[in-house]
Design a binder for this molecule. Sequence first.
Ligand code: MN
Length: 206
Amino acid sequence: MSKVKDLQFPQLPYAFTALEPHIDALTMEIHYTRHHKAYFDNLAAATRDNEMAETDFLELLKNISKYPVAVRNNGGGHFNHELFWNVMSAQGGGKPTGELAAAIDKQFGSFEAMQEQFNNAAKTRFGSGWAWLSVKADGSLCVCSTPNQDNPLMDVADCQGTPILGLDVWEHAYYLKYQNKRPDYVSAFWNVINWEVVAENYSKAV
Ligand code: MN
């Protein structure tokens, strides 16, 4: 990863319309240009001209308990959204293959069993947060959720690991299309997951 001061606001890897009908274009536009951009800008503002600017971004997240809450919220917000955009695509859906598929079968028994755990994590996270598939320090997989803009990299998280797949369950991620029906949004997510990227994330993490 790069130093905090060298972070760039990433390009969205597809058009706002790309994930229709599962995630609507207006939600994508507002989510990327306003929500993610605000986390990015606020992280830059909170770290400008201090020692945090020179810190490796991943190291900052891993030691987040030492830093101000604005850095936790906005640093998490930036990391989580960049991961989220990258694990989706218009050609997404289906199931993983190769080593990731084997690791899922080994850990959860089947893809469907992992999917059920992930859905439950996403649906039962009270208020705002994220659901994750992560690689733990021992190389095994785990599913969990975190509140607000926390993630499993953070030393404050109940579930520690390297996230390889994440789902934003803040209302801003789905309310325009799904209103209060978070479970419908969670179900739709499986149609846009880019398993090739998740598999690359897995390879890097183990
Ligand atoms: Mn969001």
